[in-house]
Design a protein around this ligand. Structure first.
Ligand code: BJW
Ligand code: ZN
Length: 278
């Protein structure tokens, strides 16, 4: 009868002891991360006050049209972000995640990190099983021949030396195309090997992420605003299977109410506690 139809929109729990017990009983943990996991390392997030470079929000530069209109400007933006990373280190959240994986693997269990971040801090912390959904700052892709290459040069090319300052007043005369990063094989223009707005994620990367979403028996979603697709649908998809999802964020997100747990606070404090290695 009609009166039995109800939506069970109960508030997510913030009972840490209950969650820790679920961690102990799990065998296949999926950790989804976003910019918030790196915030305490001093890496700016995308949405919110720190999300601007000069007068631009990331979305304005992280798209293929911006790159074809003004590759010099987009390269200055990515050059700046590469140089910033030289001074940044993994924080207690990255480290706790890596240590947790090691412990689980020693017990014959599994942990996979699927990150939207391109900063490589999970890798630097020692995470082994890592899927980088949106690519990395430290690879380039040739716009002509498609070759993907690791690149850690600083600066990435002479013309970008001392460029890319985030100050809105910074001068940005255009660097001639032939002086921007070029392919060693075919001399084509290089671009950052990252996924921009309006671009599809790499098929194989997406497939690997989907497999983990289907097979995990516990999921943590850490420091993401859950607004950028397809990544934003991953944790809700896990929850739809009836698997426990715990969200760790300073704020609520559009998906918070789909999850069993929400822990409000900085990842660097919450994650070491949640994963039992504070
Ligand atoms: C803390 C904390 C602390 C802070 N502790 N927490 C409608 C439906 C479906 C799709 C679309 C749609 N409309 C448009 C689209 C397409 C678009 C999209 O999703 N747009 C949305 C904005 C609506 N998606 C795409 O274009 C994707 N491709 C795609 O869909 O292909 C199909 C297609 C083809 C053609 C046309 C249209 C579609 C690709 C998306 C690629 C995203 N790329 C970027 C840039 C990567 C390179 C770079 O970095 O420069 O990836 S965008 C940017 O956002 C970056 C991030 O990985 C991503 C997610 O951000 P994230 O990590 O969540 O960070 P923030 O800053 O948003 O949030 C930080 C969170 O941490 C906050 O919640 C804080 O509270 C929290 N926090 N400090 C814990 N200490
Ligand atoms: Zn090439």
């Amino acid at each position: 009868s009609r009166k039995n139809i109800s939506f069970s929109m109960s508030r997510p729990s913030s009972d840490m002891a209950a969650f820790q017990a679920e961690v102990k009983n799990s065998k296949n943990v999926l950790i989804l991360s976003g910019a918030g996991v790196s915030a305490e390392s001093g890496v700016p997030t995308f949405r919110g006050a720190g999300g601007f470079w000069r007068k631009y929000a990331a979305q304005e530069l992280a798209n293929p049209d911006a790159f074809s209109r003004n590759p010099s400007l987009v390269w200055e933006f990515y050059h700046y972000r590469r140089e910033v990373m030289v001074t940044k280190k993994p924080n207690p959240a990255h480290k706790a995640i890596a240590r947790f994986e090691q412990k689980m693997v020693n017990e014959g269990k599994k942990v996979v990190v699927v990150t939207q971040n391109i900063d490589e801090l999970h890798r630097q912390a020692g995470t082994q099983s890592l899927i980088e959904l949106h690519g990395t700052l430290f690879k380039t892709r040739c716009t002509s021949c498609g070759e993907v290459k690791e690149n850690r040069d600083s600066p990435i090319c002479e013309a970008l030396r001392d460029r890319g300052m985030p100050d809105p007043q910074a001068q940005s005369s255009q660097i001639p195309l032939n002086l921007l990063p070029r392919c060693q094989s075919c001399s084509g223009l290089l671009r950052p090997h990252v996924v921009w707005f309006g671009e599809n994620l790499d098929r194989n990367v997406l497939k690997r992420a989907m497999d983990e979403i289907q097979s995990c028996d516990l999921c943590l979603v850490v420091g993401t605003s859950s607004v950028v697709y397809p990544a934003a649908m991953f944790a809700p998809e896990v929850a739809r299977r009836g698997v426990t999802v715990a969200e760790f964020n300073l704020e609520d997100t559009p998906e918070t109410f789909n999850f069993k747990y929400h822990f409000s606070g900085p990842a660097g404090q919450l994650i070491p506690v949640a994963l039992g290695n504070e």
